[in-house]
Design a binder for this molecule. Sequence first.
Ligand SMILES: [Zn+2]
Length: 100
Amino acid sequence: MERCPFCRIEIDEEATACWGCGATKGYIESNGRVYGKGQTVIFGVLLPIAGMIFLIVFCDSIGIIGLSFIQAILLGAGVLLAIPFCISVHHLVNGAVWYR
Ligand SMILES: [Zn+2]
């Protein structure tokens, strides 16, 4: 048995929601929504990797040399994709936590 960190009610270790206060267990919380392992892997890991592969292929196809402005934009987009990726991997490694 595990205790809800918010209302201290005993809950099953496998439970993903607290029946006492409605807290939700998950890996990422965004705009009041809690994401489970599957969703965190898809949206936080696989999608950013797909985006980064697309950027690399796109950079390669347009021959990036001499296009410093576009290169800078693509680099920025790559960094933006890396942020959710790093956060998601960090949360997946640390395990699920309770959100309310
Ligand atoms: Zn609770």
